[in-house]
Design a protein around this ligand. Structure first.
Ligand SMILES: Cc1cc2nc3c(=O)[nH]c(=O)nc-3n(C[C@H](O)[C@H](O)[C@H](O)COP(=O)(O)OP(=O)(O)OC[C@H]3O[C@@H](n4cnc5c(N)ncnc54)[C@H](O)[C@@H]3O)c2cc1C
Length: 361
């Protein structure tokens, strides 16, 4: 039997769940479809930071205030409906690892247009007052509004919440998509068909595998993270960002990430990834890694655009077909704000910011 929806959203990661929520909030009927499980792509990273000072030098990210506010509000809303802790406002400490990093970060602290209380410069002593075990050259940034998020649990809770609001969810779906008039028909190998007015592709690094979007210059970047156990460590209540990130999950357990692999043969975690993380982050916090034992390792693939900005908007030729991807390493920060931008564009005809519009290509 055929079901009818206003929208089918393809991909149940940060992008797909964000746009699904905004569309549901605007009164549309939505079916969210994934060929695998919820958060099975890059959004499956065990832990993620909402970090407004990004990259090696702590540059203030694009529309940091609006993006931060959007994801913070969303996290708080979903948190109200789940007993499991989804996130903490941990703040993020960025100790400089060498003189050049200290100089460039200090420049970004001084010259970027930070809102009051968003970015503080700590000298080396102040960094060591927080944690004397950290390697630090000259000082570092302290970002008290940084958030540390259990990403898979956030997204699964969000999916449950939206399901109760009427979102239909089909996971492990095997389907094909066909144009039908100004809409589309999706044929499922085991669940009949869906008729929909519009489709939104939000399939992360897989988006460009589709014949409709293979012109997108998406670049796949593999990232690995590792979970460690360290018997003598107590939970620390801030996250660390320096040559990667370190975040505490509980007493004795912490996560270290991540690699940026531009060339890779498979998407499995491997020993090279583990060594890279241990070497790099072991230099930032030597005593933490000294007695740490590996508990788990995970890998995912980010989709990144040449200008490192997401890509969203209409298909250039096919009516009612949209895309939302290219979130790179900032999916947590960008997805909620940009899901709203795309929804406003689709429903109300508002302009998409030109830096992230598909029209820039
Ligand atoms: C190791 C690592 C650490 C990271 N840390 C951070 C961080 O600290 N902070 C931050 O902001 N960001 C971080 N990111 C980036 C963030 O995770 C990504 O930007 C974000 O998850 C991308 O979300 P997405 O929904 O676009 O894609 P994905 O999460 O990849 O989701 C795509 C979904 O589409 C599904 N799919 C594939 N093909 C189809 C199809 N044909 N039809 C339907 N569904 C399909 C997949 O199964 C998948 O579930 C990290 C990424 C990695 C890999």
């Amino acid at each position: 039997m055929s079901k009818t929806f206003d929208f089918c959203v393809l991909g149940a990661g940060l992008a797909g769940l964000s746009i699904s929520k905004h569309l549901i909030d605007s009164g549309a009927s939505v079916c969210l479809i994934d060929t695998s499980e919820i958060a099975s792509g890059a959004s499956g990273t065990p832990l993620g930071l909402v970090n407004p000072a990004t990259g090696r030098w702590g540059t203030k990210s694009w529309r940091a205030e609006k993006c931060h506010q959007a994801v913070y509000e969303d996290l708080k809303e979903i948190q109200e409906h789940t007993p499991v802790r989804l996130f903490d406002k941990t703040g993020i400490l960025r100790p400089a690892q060498d003189e050049k990093m200290a100089e460039r970060m200090h420049d970004n602290y001084e010259k970027n247009d930070w809102p009051e209380d968003w970015c503080h410069w700590l000298d080396k002593k102040e960094v060591h007052d927080i944690n004397p075990e950290l390697h630090c050259v000259e000082g570092g940034m302290w970002l008290p509004h940084g958030l540390t998020v259990n990403v898979p649990t956030y997204l699964k809770s969000k999916a449950d919440f939206l399901n109760k609001q009427g979102l239909e969810i089909r996971i492990n779906a095997d389907y094909s998509i066909h144009e039908k008039g100004t809409g589309f028909r999706l044929n499922f190998s085991d669940h009949g068909t869906i008729e929909t007015n519009s489709v939104v592709f939000a399939a992360g690094s897989y988006t460009a595998d589709s014949e409709y979007w293979n012109f997108l210059p998406l670049h796949a970047i593999k990232g690995q993270v590792a979970v460690f156990e360290s018997p003598k460590t107590r939970k620390f209540d801030y996250s660390i960002s320096a040559l990667g990130y370190i975040a505490s999950i509980s007493d004795h357990r912490f996560v270290a990430g991540s690699t940026y692999e531009h060339h890779f043969d498979d998407i499995e975690p491997d020993i090279e990834g583990l060594e890279y993380l241990t070497d790099r982050l072991g230099g930032v916090y030597p005593s933490l890694f000294k007695e740490a034992k590996l508990v788990d390792q995970w890998a995912g693939v980010r989709a990144s655009m040449p200008n490192k900005k997401p890509v969203l908007g209409s298909h250039p030729e096919i009516e009612n077909m949209f895309v939302f991807t290219g979130l790179g390493s900032k999916g947590l920060l960008y997805s909620v704000y940009l899901g709203k931008s795309l929804t406003d564009y689709i429903i109300r005809g508002s302009a998409i910011p030109k830096e992230v519009s598909v029209n820039r290509l």
